[in-house]
Design a protein around this ligand. Structure first.
Ligand code: SF4
Ligand code: SF4
Length: 273
């Protein structure tokens, strides 16, 4: 039975036309569209189709991918006008009720070539929010007396944001990024929230200047198109609104909740005295 269904999955069932954006800014005067027809089975993903076109039809076609299983986030592109990971989108799904499948690079990213966008600015913004746990108990870090404990509730506050692949889909869908190229964008802001709400983190003061700036979280209009396209069901729009709340609390002198039992025993004892 298993054998039968796997054969059906890979049996060619249809010829589909892919209309692909082609542009090499170093030598082309303007972008153009090129069409390729390819025979697909029920299981063929758009990434499979692109790889086949590159290997068998047109080796000059450029696109980015790595893991092929929706874990690395590098194959995000516009499929029929919507941000998607092509490794987990089947051609037949995208071609449903259409004459062709249209592929172009992610909006809001400069084109390097064809379907590959330039992520330099995106990753600079990600780095700018210091995406790591910041602590000030240097003595404890150098000579640990125990582990940093965390309750399930504390973990639940940031857990969904740890699923972020840095695929850029949310950034590409954001209308604010489209009009303000310096805006940090949904990915970086949601990651800032992820670290600042972590009970082990003490980096609020270090991150506040950039987050509470002209191009920080207040530029977000909460249209939520970022959350709508996230392939990992992260909700960056929600993270940004919670980040705003965190910053307002700080302005009123209210500290984020940080129970002492999240700390190693030695520090916990000092705090409890
Ligand atoms: S939040 Fe979602 S859409 Fe945005 S970069 Fe992370 S995984 Fe991609
Ligand atoms: S909710 Fe904010 S970050 Fe998300 S798309 Fe809208 S403006 Fe951009």
């Amino acid at each position: 039975m298993m054998e039968q269904s796997s054969i059906d999955l890979w049996k060619p069932v249809k010829v589909v036309k892919l209309k692909i954006y082609r542009y090499n800014p170093k030598k082309d005067f303007s972008p153009k569209w090129k069409e390729y027809e390819i025979e697909v089975s029920r299981g063929t993903t758009i990434l499979d189709a692109l790889i086949r076109i590159k290997e068998e039809v047109d080796p000059s076609l450029s696109f980015r991918y790595s893991c092929g299983q929706a874990l690395c986030g590098s194959c995000a592109m516009m499929v029929n006008g919507r941000q998607m990971l092509v490794c987990r989108t089947r051609v037949l799904e995208a071609a449903h009720n259409r004459d062709f499948v249209e592929l172009r690079p992610l909006d809001n990213f400069p084109v390097i070539r064809d379907l590959a966008g330039d992520f330099t600015s995106f990753f600079e913004k990600h780095r700018a929010i210091k995406p790591w746990i910041i602590r000030r108990d240097f003595e404890e870090l150098d000579n640990p007396t125990g582990e940093y404990k965390q309750t399930i509730e504390e973990y639940a506050r940031y857990y969904q944001f740890t699923d972020c692949l840095k695929c850029g889909a949310c950034y590409s869908a954001c209308p604010t990024v489209a009009t303000d190229h310096e805006y940090l964008g949904p990915q970086a802001l949601a990651q800032a929230y992820r670290y600042m709400v972590d009970s082990r983190d003490d980096g609020l003061d270090e991150r506040i200047a950039i987050l509470d700036s002209d191009h920080g979280c207040w530029r977000c209009h909460f249209a939520a198109s970022c959350s709508d396209v996230c392939p990992k069901y992260v909700d960056p729009a929600q993270g940004i609104q919670l980040l705003k709340k965190l910053i307002v609390r700080r302005k009123f002198g209210l500290k984020p909740h940080r129970p002492s039992d999240a700390l190693p025993s030695k520090i916990g004892e000092v705090k409890r005295r």
